[in-house]
Write a protein that binds this ligand. Structure first.
Ligand code: GRF
Length: 200
């Protein structure tokens, strides 16, 4: 099965996926990388890795979120991807997108959902004083950081942690967990029933 990655920033998770695929650990082809930011490092990483299609799609060219998402859907459909991997894609996807790819869009979040949703999860976890945090990979639905949970990994918070040091360890966990989930998905290993995701 072919898949796509959507990313807005650094793209370290994209890189982890590219590296895993090169080692034969992802049985599927990364056909397409799309970014909403022209200067995203993720685009550079994708070009360097020889991803067949690498696109910057400028949100400014579309009158509404739905119009932009419509465009993404038609690009992704044309490429016949069976999985859309969000890797630091900093836009909330509208129902237009979710309906087109129900249970085919996954995201990685830097906390143990349902705790600490939103864009400042690491900072919020530290400020709350949790002793254990982690990483969640989940299906994307119409609500932010809400869809069915596929995998989680725990990361211990150390007394002297800062947002930077904790983020670093969380990223490490993401880079292990996310490529594994992508591979499992592409091999049809997940069975979903409502919120419950089981391995077949
Ligand atoms: C990751 O921490 C992920 O949890 C969040 O966005 C960040 C993306 O990092 N959704 P990168 O661009 O993959 O380095």
């Amino acid at each position: 099965m072919d898949f796509a990655v959507l990313a807005s920033g650094n793209g370290s998770n994209l890189q982890a996926i590219i590296n895993a695929a090169k080692k034969g650990k992802i049985r599927g082809k990364l056909k397409l990388v799309i970014s909403d930011k022209a200067d995203a490092r993720a685009l550079e990483r994708a070009r360097k890795a020889g991803v067949p299609k690498v696109l910057f799609v400028d949100p400014k060219g579309f009158p509404s979120r739905e119009d932009y998402d419509d465009e993404l859907v038609s690009i992704l459909r044309k490429e016949k991807v069976g999985l859309v991997v969000l890797a630091g894609f900093m836009r909330i996807l509208s129902p237009v997108f979710i309906r087109a790819f129900r249970y085919k869009v996954i995201n990685v979040h830097p906390a143990l959902l349902p705790a600490f949703k939103g864009g400042h999860a690491v900072k919020d976890s530290l400020a709350y004083g949790v002793r254990v945090t982690g990483v969640t990979v989940h299906f994307v639905d119409e609500q932010v950081d809400h869809g069915a949970i596929i995998a989680q990994g725990a990361v211990e918070v150390k007394p002297k942690d800062t947002v930077e040091t904790l983020s670093k360890r969380i990223h490490k966990m993401e880079h292990v967990l996310y490529p594994k989930v992508v591979d499992n998905f592409l091999r049809g290993k997940y069975k979903v029933s409502g919120r419950i995701v089981r391995m077949k």
